[in-house]
Design a protein around this ligand. Structure first.
Ligand code: BG6
Length: 506
């Protein structure tokens, strides 16, 4: 679908225009939108940064990023000259008021040229400590005032704990309306994550069993094989709990646990998610050790390569207590989910890069088959593979071919790549288009961010007071510390490590 003519004339200012996020994600995403006719006809990108570049050098740098990181390797060269005309660069001191005044002038001039007041989007792709200061300048210099024509985009982390997120929200609310603020959680832009809503609420089949009568437990795994790479200094102040659980993992949990929305209105959907976050039982400080496990990777081997331990990574303290792995058990205290455990785990340097949600159903209430028919009998399981595999699979029992009645579990699979010709957009493509279109459904509202912080505050507080004595406690290429197995095994369950297609055939 061509969106070019439907979308308002827009100017996107990227603060941190020469940084990693712009280079790896934002510009490749914009270029893909352009190639798919999904950008407004009148559109400008202005990279803003402290380093001085000529326009030409800046554009070349972005093209390198596209060649290296874009999902699309075709047609890059052909259309680039046309797209690159929309890009310019503005070197500025972020503390200098006059630079912001110039920005406003720029927008006015473009408006005259285009004969329409453009939408101005200010994307803060900068270190988190710089974002509030820029927001204040944008407000003070009246660059971001019109609630319908100006938007401001924040990357995570949004705050460092509940209090700082709350303070930041208060500051922003004193300058902007909530409708102007877009807090990014890139997981929400993933095609497979959005499809959870379609799966749950566009089909009548699953809703009747989507509750504690039929579901035994839910598992969410967000595993990575990479270490902290060159982000040691950021990660030291963050750790897996703040980096992954507060945002991505809890948002996945919300998608699974939310009540059906009455409409697709962005606030309605976000209300339903906030309800889930508010219903998550806050772990009692005395019970944190029973319900949560933290880990840190040591040195070792991963896929044939020797890799350093976390404490040996660049900008990481030699005695760092920062966790690179978290597993936890949560309960959602409402009618639908009473007593259904939600197990989550996430970590770096694990055995496989995989994001997976598993809905484990209860056992069949009565088993009428002869004992020997069912040696490999397993309860039903529904698995959403979010990435890098993208599929939805349902495990059920089937009769094995043969004269005997022997059962074994098989999978019914919907695979995105096989089902559709189109390549799915990257999360940032969807999210950037939504900002231009002023659709906030996939963005975190102020109360949503704060409610998510509240869920993990007991872990933050207890862990910050008690230094881990066993770090590093897991090897690269493993599934994390042994205690994470214990966390789920105590309940008679086990982690569903791999999607069924990689499991041994029954
Ligand atoms: C980011 C985290 O938000 O998500 C990173 O800061 C993490 O530490 C990344 O590696 C994972 O995203 P994805 O899309 O690769 O699963």
């Amino acid at each position: 679908m061509d969106n070019k003519t439907k979308l308002p004339p827009s100017i996107l200012f990227i603060f941190g225009g020469s940084g990693d996020l712009a280079n790896r994600k934002l510009i490749p995403a914009l270029y893909n939108l352009f190639l798919d006719n999904q950008l407004p006809e009148q559109f400008m990108v202005i990279g803003v940064g402290r380093t001085s570049y000529t326009e030409e050098v800046y554009r070349d740098k972005l093209l390198e990023g596209i060649n290296q990181f874009s999902r699309r390797k075709d047609a890059v060269g052909e259309k680039w000259p046309e797209f690159s005309k929309m890009i310019s660069y503005h070197c500025m001191d972020l503390n200098d008021d006059s630079s912001y005044v110039k920005m406003a002038e720029w927008v006015r001039e473009k408006g005259k040229e285009w004969d329409a007041k453009p939408v101005s989007i200010f994307y803060l792709a900068v270190a988190p400590q710089l974002a509030p200061g820029i927001a204040v300048k944008l407000s003070e210099q009246k660059v971001c005032t019109d609630p319908h024509k100006t938007r401001i985009v924040f990357e995570k982390p949004f705050g460092h704990d509940w209090q700082s997120a709350h303070d930041l929200n208060k500051l922003l609310a004193s300058m902007f309306t909530e409708e102007q603020i877009y807090r990014i959680d890139h997981y929400l832009g993933k095609e497979t994550v959005q499809n959870i809503l379609a799966f749950r609420f566009a089909n009548a089949l699953f809703e009747p069993v989507w509750n504690n009568h039929y579901i035994d437990h839910v598992q969410i795994t967000a595993a990575e094989t990479v270490g902290v790479e060159d982000r040691g200094s950021y990660y030291e102040g963050s750790g897996a709990l703040r980096d992954m659980v507060q945002n991505h993992v809890l948002q996945l949990l919300c998608m699974i646990a939310m009540e059906p929305p009455t409409s697709f209105d962005s606030n309605e959907i976000r209300n339903k998610k906030v309800d889930v976050l508010n219903a998550i039982r806050k772990i009692n400080p005395d019970e944190v050790h029973e319900n949560a496990v933290r880990g840190q990777y040591g040195e070792g081997w991963l896929k044939g390569q020797q890799v350093p331990g976390y404490r040996e990574e660049k900008s990481v303290g030699k005695e760092s207590a920062t966790e690179t792995f978290v597993a936890a058990k949560f309960f959602v205290d409402n009618w639908r989910w009473k007593n259904v455990p939600f197990y989550i785990r996430t970590g770096k340097r694990l055995h496989e890069k995989t994001t997976l949600i598993t809905i484990q159903f209860k056992e069949a209430p009565h088993y009428s088959f002869p004992q020997e028919a069912a040696e490999t009998w397993r309860p039903n399981r529904l698995t959403f593979s979010i990435s890098p595999q993208m599929d939805i699979r349902i495990r059920f029992q089937a009769k094995r071919p043969g004269t005997e009645m022997v059962l074994n579990p098989v999978d019914m699979v919907f695979n995105y790549v096989e089902a559709y010709k189109e390549q799915e957009p990257e999360a940032y493509e969807t999210l950037l288009e939504d900002v231009i279109e002023a659709n906030q459904t996939l963005f975190m509202r102020a109360d949503q961010v704060e409610a998510a912080w509240k869920v993990i505050m007991p872990l933050i507080e207890v862990w910050s007071k008690r230094s881990p004595v066993d770090f590093p406690n897991y090897s690269p290429d493993s599934w994390g510390p042994e205690d994470a197995e214990g966390l789920i095994a105590r309940d008679g369950n086990f982690w569903a490590n791999l999607p069924a297609h990689k499991e041994e055939k029954a």
